[in-house]
Design a protein around this ligand. Structure first.
Ligand code: FAD
Length: 573
């Protein structure tokens, strides 16, 4: 390839939003509605019409205050399901606004299913939608709002003026051009991190996973490098999904009330763990007991359709069309006798995300991160589990309002030429190493090494996601070596250059994750975070957040315990 020096696009803007997914689109539209003159740019790695978690459509708004609920009951539910530890202020601020945020998107064209005028409930706190086109709907509104979208430009690092974030760097995945964007305020909305662990699928379909495989933790990695405070990485998310199609199972359990059975047809949660008599299992406990059944030789686990009428089965098929036509095709083609065998489920991940669990930037109520000039929203932001799509919209709006209010008086910093030179070296190094025919390693090979070591030593699928300090320390050592090796990454084209950056991001996120996993010496979230060396929950010592900061100079990761005081968090609401 004829590539000697990159073309550099220097751009100056008011607000830079990195990531054009659910939270990014909401942030951009909110900013435009509040300021018709503001210069707003979305830097998007893919193409915003079909990017991120919403790319293939969804069939429900999973965070919604239905008729019998209030923001207070929502908060209570999220806290209970998260085993007593959440940022009450963040969750509450989301719960108060989710219906409004949903109504806005409905007014842009999102079809909400209704019965007698009321939204049709999927579960106690969720409603059903016809969401196949949810992403094109958001993208169209962004376009109509006169927002500049730089599609296929992936962010690589923040611009920094001392500790202040003053913009970001990136490159175009198709033509390799460099972008240096100075901004008065930056909102990070790049989603969570997938692909840190070996996938439950293998070979050519290894990238077939539940979470967007293109959300590789860029936003986390950029923050970690710049010294931002991160929280709760140890609360990993491991979803159960319809086997081989990665289809979410909420619609099966909640809307169609399908029970989970083992290979013997036993409704094991009720029969063996008697949750119906004592208490309802939380999301991660259900996962934990599923593993127990499999370990005991009673897997695989399925949802049974025994009790469904033909009309309900038809309704189920229709609802699967909104985000999982692949499974429906298998079913319709009779590749699986679903009515006879049930719908088999399997796990996916672990993922690091702030939208289902709570890993991400430590933010304040107004969505400021600990780095001045940087705001975070959506899956990249921590502290508020179960925010789902509507919570991401709320956070995007909140971040945009704060950002706008704080930048009006400021001005964008000029690009620092030394920093730009260093960043160009960082971005294109794998490309130039290959051109100069140095020996090295290609990114797919490194990705396999990373995923294998995380799987075997940091609680992946091959160990039922279980964790032990000694194994985690092995992971830590191997990650150090891998990081050293990553200096020898090679890229033959821009696609591979992107893969190099993705694997570097993943390694940096994995390093922080392993420190978090080692540090929490209890089992708070069985299933997500099962410590075989510390099997019990220990509120006395561990009902607190674990936050981490990496020193930008020494690279050392510092962990701190952050006091948990729910009353204080809710003061002023
Ligand atoms: C399969 C699946 C099904 C789901 N179903 C539902 C549902 O039915 N109901 C519900 O309420 N919620 C659902 N969710 C959750 C919801 O979709 C997410 O919580 C939400 O979309 C997250 O929004 P976000 O903006 O943080 O991330 P995303 O929407 O994923 O957006 C992140 C964006 O950042 C971009 N990006 C990543 N890296 C870079 C980079 N380096 N530079 C520039 N851009 C970058 C990505 O391309 C993407 O566009 C589902 C999630 C998944 C994965």
């Amino acid at each position: 390839m004829d590539f000697i020096q990159p073309v550099i696009n220097r751009i100056d803007t008011d607000i830079l939003i990195i990531g054009g997914g659910a939270a990014g689109c909401a942030a951009a539209i909110e900013a435009r509605e509040n300021d018709p003159q503001a210069r707003i740019i979305i830097m998007e790695k893919a193409q915003i019409e079909r990017s991120g978690c919403l790319s293939s459509g969804i069939n429900a708004i999973n965070a919604y205050i239905t008729e019998n609920q209030t923001p207070e009951t929502y908060l209570e539910y999220v806290k209970k399901d998260s085993h007593g530890l959440i940022r009450d202020d963040l969750v509450y601020s989301i719960a108060r606004e989710v219906n409004k945020a949903t109504a806005r998107v409905e007014s842009w064209g999102l079809p909400i299913m209704r019965e007698k005028g009321k939204p049709l409930q999927k579960g106690p706190r969720s409603i059903r939608i016809k969401g196949e086109s949810i992403k094109p709907i958001l993208a169209r509104k962004v376009k109509d709002s006169r927002i500049t979208v730089l599609n296929r430009v992936t962010a690589t690092n923040y611009m920094l003026h001392q500790r202040r974030v003053t913009g970001a760097y990136g490159f175009n995945l198709r033509n390799g051009q460099c972008y240096a964007i100075s901004a008065k305020g930056v909102i990070i909305t790049t989603g969570g991190a997938s692909g840190l662990y070996r996938s439950s699928n293998t070979g050519e379909i290894a990238h077939r996973m539940w979470y967007s495989p293109f959300n590789t933790g860029a936003g986390y990695a950029m923050g970690i490098r710049a010294g931002a405070e991160m929280t709760s990485f140890e609360m990993r998310f491991i979803p159960t999904r319809i086997k081989d199609s990665a289809t979410p199972t909420g619609i099966l359990a909640q809307t169609f009330k399908m029970p989970q059975v083992n290979i013997l047809g036993e409704r094991y949660l009720k029969e063996r763990y008697s949750f119906n008599n004592k208490k309802k299992a939380t999301t991660c406990e259900r996962l934990y007991y599923m593993f127990e059944e499999i370990k005991e030789g009673r897997g695989p686990i399925s949802f049974t359709l025994d009790h469904l009428s033909p009309e309900q089965i038809e309704d189920l098929k229709v609802s699967l069309l909104d985000m999982s036509p692949a499974f429906l095709l298998q079913w319709t083609a009779n590749h699986v006798d679903v009515c006879q065998e049930g719908i088999e489920i399997a796990t996916s991940g672990p993922y690091i995300i702030g939208g289902h669990t709570q890993s991400g930037y430590w933010i304040d109520r107004d969505r400021r991160t600990t780095l001045p000039g940087l705001y975070a929203a959506g899956d990249v932001a921590g502290g508020a589990p179960k925010k789902y799509v509507s919570g991401c919209w709320v956070e995007g709006s909140l971040a945009a309002k704060t950002c706008l209010a704080e930048i009006n008086s400021g001005k964008a910093e000029q690009t620092n030429e030394t920093e730009l030179k260093n960043e160009i070296e960082h971005i294109y190094k794998p490309f130039f190493l290959y051109k100069n025919k140095k020996d090295g390693i290609f990114p797919r090979e490194m990705e396999t090494k990373l995923q294998k070591l995380m799987d075997e030593y940091a609680g992946g699928i091959s160990t039922f996601y279980e964790l032990h300090k000694r194994r985690l320390q092995i992971a830590q050592r191997q990650l150090e070596e891998l990081k050293e090796d990553s200096k020898q990454l090679l890229a033959r084209d821009f696609h591979e250059l992107n893969l190099c950056h993705e694997v570097i991001e993943r390694i940096e996120v994995a390093e922080v994750l392993v420190v978090h996993l080692i540090s929490r010496e209890e089992t708070r979230w069985p299933g997500y975070q099962t410590r075989t060396d510390f099997p019990d929950r220990d509120d006395k010592n561990w009902l607190c957040f674990l936050n981490s900061t990496r020193d930008p100079k020494s690279g050392k990761i510092q962990i701190t315990k952050k006091e948990y005081n729910p009353q204080k968090l809710l003061e002023g609401f």
